[in-house]
Design a protein around this ligand. Sequence first.
Ligand SMILES: Cc1cc2nc3c(=O)[nH]c(=O)nc-3n(C[C@H](O)[C@H](O)[C@H](O)COP(=O)(O)O)c2cc1C
Length: 366
Amino acid sequence: MIYKTLRPWFFELSKKDPEVAHEVAVGALKFMSRNKFLLSLMRGELFEGRLTQELWGIRFPKPVGLAAGFDKNAAAYPALATMGFGFIEVGTVTFLPQSGNPRPRIHRFPKDQALVNYMGFPNVGAYKVADNMHKAGTIGVPLGISLGKSSCTHVEDASLDCISSLRTLYKLGDYFTVCVSCPNSPGVRELQHKKYLFHLLKEMVDSSSGFSAALKIKRKPVLVKISPDLSRRELDDVLEAVADAGVDGIVATNTTADLDVLTSGHSLKAGGVSGAPLFMRMLEKVGYIRANLKKIPIIGVGGIMSSEDAYETLAAGANLVQIYTSFIYNGPSAANEMNAGILALLRENNFRDIREFNRFFCRLLN
Ligand SMILES: Cc1cc2nc3c(=O)[nH]c(=O)nc-3n(C[C@H](O)[C@H](O)[C@H](O)COP(=O)(O)O)c2cc1C
């Protein structure tokens, strides 16, 4: 309510460069994250028994999580965790720090309920992120870490780069996502090609087993995040690599590089569209993946703007969902409202809880 009143003013102030709004928001969340007293005042109920499920032996208290890209440097997630997200994915982190593409690199399209971003993985690098996470500690909900190839690393050396980040951050995340689908960072989408993908994913999965054995801790799941722009044949190749490499889950999808999905006029030449125009593409990918890989956990993300969208994504085959653009347009209450809406829809459809829903859709994976 307060956010919706303040939003036009906030958007107007950052009209020339919407990233300013992002920086102000992350700055405030970072400040709150460092103040344990403030956090304790903000913290709501973390667990909602009827929405709680287990994947990879990890308890997810609610199905709606925050997508990668908002808390790139893992500096604000303790405050974000108080806003009702059932899990948070930080990053994308590259091994080397990098500044990303020139600004402005975020554009808002309110009529389309969309954003276009051309960020290119700006982040402080794996070591500094590890330092931030050591200071922040645990937050009571699962924490994913998105890993990507540094811009200056050659496509053929991507696994060395990502494994170095995995090693640096291994103890700190509950799961890791290899992002091979960012349209804004040089060479990243090439990694989805079968020439590179199996090798990269196998090395990451094997490294996860190796690090867990060396540290004598539980093996952490490795997921891969894919593009909504893959053709059927390309997606089939990706699914084959996922199955052969023993990848633990799929995050579908990243932004689309197809700027024609916007109905508003613009003069942009590059970037990735997120928000409402992405929804049907994402849903189609989730459904196709579920039809072909019955047992793999899927995180659905892309244009989920309402609890109805989230419910439809779960029904199409996802186990969890993530939001980003909806958080920007609907504000701090977005996750709580969406989780409450899912619960209401479960009840309307005569499901006692999310476990019964999963049983009905034969999606009890553990
Ligand atoms: C400004 C911005 C930055 C993003 N940065 C990343 C990123 O670093 N890594 C990543 O995997 N996805 C990134 N994404 C993609 C989101 O995680 C998500 O997949 C996409 O926005 C679709 O979800 P949505 O429609 O709910 O926003 C970014 C999205 C936006 C809008």
